[in-house]
Design a protein around this ligand. Structure first.
Ligand code: PPS
Ligand code: ADP
Length: 603
């Protein structure tokens, strides 16, 4: 099945955005269609529901009286279909990006290689992160005008990366390009042999977006109730999770439980399962009173229900400003109600990320955090968790114009008595899965060499990884420890705890310690098991003779000479693992090959 990638582009005319898009379309010989209907026809049965969702979304916006200055273009390569939301770089960028890019999988930001990182580049990246767009590609354009200089590219990358650290930065990729000349757009450029990455198109075709979808929390906001004789079906677009016939469900807000009897796809065909963002109709096993605006979910996994929400809003109109006390109609999923802005907590300066807590109002393009009280309870998730059930729009009831787009940060804690614990980030909400890879073996066995290679490879593949090297940690965290049995046990315990935290945070922690005692290592494994985290023990089984012959630090010689006592393998024990996940022996290859085996193991 060809997957659809929605991408949003941002940049000003001068950055060469139109040239870039033109080049992408032209060089890829992509099938281009300006008419949505044509694409819909072409993709029926594949990504039909996706496109239906998109058109629905646009229609809703139009009905709300928003004129979106966003051009949508559709193209396809044999590997993927693409929808580009081209948001212009002029003054209404914020509004356009918020309305045009909120469903994007990937945002493309252009930087002119001569000008470097401008305020605008930062603004766009910030908006992309605010909108929860999971992938960000920085195209450093006009490389031909800076002599294809690697140094210039590296400078820009370093500057941007340090800014991006302040963001909830999505997956960042930098590509040096010349849109005008076609360098690195569709084909790898021969003018920049130093660049080891892929071309822009190749990246767009390959970037992994399926796992960005929330397949955990089942959310089906009911859009229509279909009645036909005895038949009663509930139609809507799946906003999260996977639904299957036979699943227990609960309908909110009534709280009645039932089961899924049948699921139909958009063309009336029965479905074995449905997931976001498919448009489906479901029939329940019981005859319940379900209405538009209700939500179907699993009994054990419900959204927040409440009238008080905290949200970041972007103000979208010149006609008025947002002020505390004002009342609006709020549209949230398939539900409409009224709401009052109770408080403006701060206005966010999107250039500096400074929060102005003294702000009294928000005007066009401004973003701020508000507290909202709704007349009817909303059934919502935080936007970070679910971009559908976590967003809403505010409509001015006099003009019927959309005045704000909102992203829910969570329930208003002060008002709703819901504690933070319940909204705290759970592991499955993080973009990456962590794990711990634990190397054990004699000094000089090759632990660090393989660990360094492993870290390099994982990071290059876009997987967060961090090397916890015994030697290095003994300079800081464990500077107070020596090599007695008790100190080694404490050394291993501390590093084990740190590794667990990194793994919990979504990083692959790579621990490289002699860790000579079995019981100490087992405790670390246990700590991971209790936390539900993957723990992989790698035994670097290099014979003592080989380690001693290598003796990179001259420590074996000193131990033999009696200058060091209690040296592992000489006069202190090394207890080999009984059941390691992988054993590495010197004849199995160089550190790079060994690291590759571990990558396979992790996959
Ligand atoms: N007595 C004694 N025994 C073993 N190793 C010694 C000793 N004294 C110093 N060193 C150096 O310390 C490094 C081992 O540190 P670790 O933190 O990995 O050791 S342990 O797991 O706590 O035993 C080890 O580094 P590697 O060669 O990288 O393993 C040695 O360089
Ligand atoms: N797979 C391997 N094949 C051959 N030599 C290796 C291999 N792995 C490591 N070495 C060499 O062994 C020495 C010690 O490796 P190092 O990674 O520092 O070990 P440790 O971390 O276990 O103390 C280094 O000089 C390194 O070049």
């Amino acid at each position: 099945m060809t997957q659809l990638l929605r991408l949003a582009t941002a940049g000003s005319v001068d950055d060469g955005k139109s040239t870039l898009i033109g080049r992408l379309l032209h060089d890829s010989k992509a099938v281009l269609s300006d008419q949505l209907e044509a694409v819909e026809r072409a993709s029926r049965g594949e990504d039909g529901p996706d496109l239906a969702l998109l058109t629905d979304g646009l229609r809703a916006e139009r009905e709300q009286g928003i004129t979106i200055d966003v051009a949508h273009r559709y193209f396809a390569t044999p590997r993927r279909k693409f929808i580009i939301a081209d948001t212009p770089g002029h003054i209404q960028y914020t509004r356009n990006m918020v309305t045009g890019a909120s469903t994007a999988d990937l945002a493309l930001v252009l930087i002119d290689a001569r000008k470097g990182v401008l305020e605008q580049s930062r603004r766009h990246a910030f908006l992309a992160s605010l909108l929860g767009i999971p992938h960000l590609v920085l195209c450093v354009n006009k490389m031909d005008l800076v002599d294809h200089s690697q140094q210039r590219f590296d400078e820009i990358r370093a500057e941007f990366s340090s800014f991006a650290m302040k963001l909830d930065a999505p997956d960042l990729t930098f590509i040096p390009v010349s849109a005008l000349r076609g360098d690195n757009i569709v084909h790898r450029s021969e003018n920049m042999p130093w660049y080891e990455g892929t071309s822009l198109l190749h990246h767009l075709e390959e970037v992994h977006v399926a796992s960005d979808r929330n397949l955990i929390d089942v959310r089906l906001p009911v859009q229509y109730v279909i009645r036909d004789g005895d038949f009663r079906g509930y139609a809507g677009t799946v906003a999260g999770g996977v639904l299957k016939p036979g699943d227990d469900v609960v309908v909110l807000p009534s709280g009645f439980t039932s089961g899924i009897e049948e699921i139909w796809g958009p063309g009336g065909e029965p479905e074995e399962e449905a997931f976001t963002p498919q448009a489906v109709t479901v029939r329940l096993t019981d005859d319940l009173d379900v209405a538009r605006g209700d939500l179907i979910c699993r009994p054990q996994n419900r959204p927040h229900t409440g009238q008080d929400v905290d949200a970041l809003v972007c103000w979208l109109t010149e006609q008025s400003t947002l002020e505390p006390g004002a009342r609006y109609a709020v549209q949230h999923t398939t539900r409409s109600t009224r709401a009052q802005v109770r408080q403006l907590d701060y206005r966010l300066d999107i250039n500096t990320l400074h929060r102005d807590t003294g702000a009294k109002s928000l005007s066009l393009n401004e973003i701020g955090r508000i507290r909202l009280r709704t007349q009817q309870p909303l059934l919502f998730d935080a936007y970070r968790r679910n971009r559908t059930t976590g967003s809403f729009i505010l409509v001015d009831e006099d003009t019927n114009n959309t005045v704000a787009a909102g992203m829910i940060t969570g329930p208003d804690v002060a008002e709703s008595a819901v504690t933070w614990v319940s909204t705290a980030v759970r592991r499955e909400q993080r973009r990456t899965r962590g794990a711990t890879v634990w190397f054990t073996g004699l000094s000089g066995s090759g632990k660090s060499s393989v660990a360094v290679e492993l870290e390099r490879r994982l990071v290059a593949a876009g997987r967060p990884a961090y090397l916890l090297d015994g030697d290095n940690l003994r300079h800081g965290l464990n500077a107070d420890l020596g090599f007695s049995a008790a100190d080694r046990a404490e050394n291993v315990r501390r590093v084990g705890e740190v590794a667990r935290l990194f793994a919990d945070a979504g990083t692959v922690s790579i621990a490289s310690l002699i860790s000579p005692y079995r019981a100490d290592r087992e405790r670390v494994r246990q700590v991971h098991r209790e936390a539900g985290l993957t723990f992989v023990e790698i035994f670097v089984d290099t014979p003592l003779e080989t380690c001693e012959a290598r003796d990179p630090k001259g420590l074996y010689a000193r131990a033999r000479a009696g200058e060091i006592t209690g040296f592992t393998g000489v006069d202190d024990a090394y207890e080999a693992p009984r059941d390691p996940d992988l054993v590495l022996r010197p004849d199995m290859g160089d550190p790079g090959q060994m690291a590759a085996m571990i990558v396979d193991l992790l996959d």
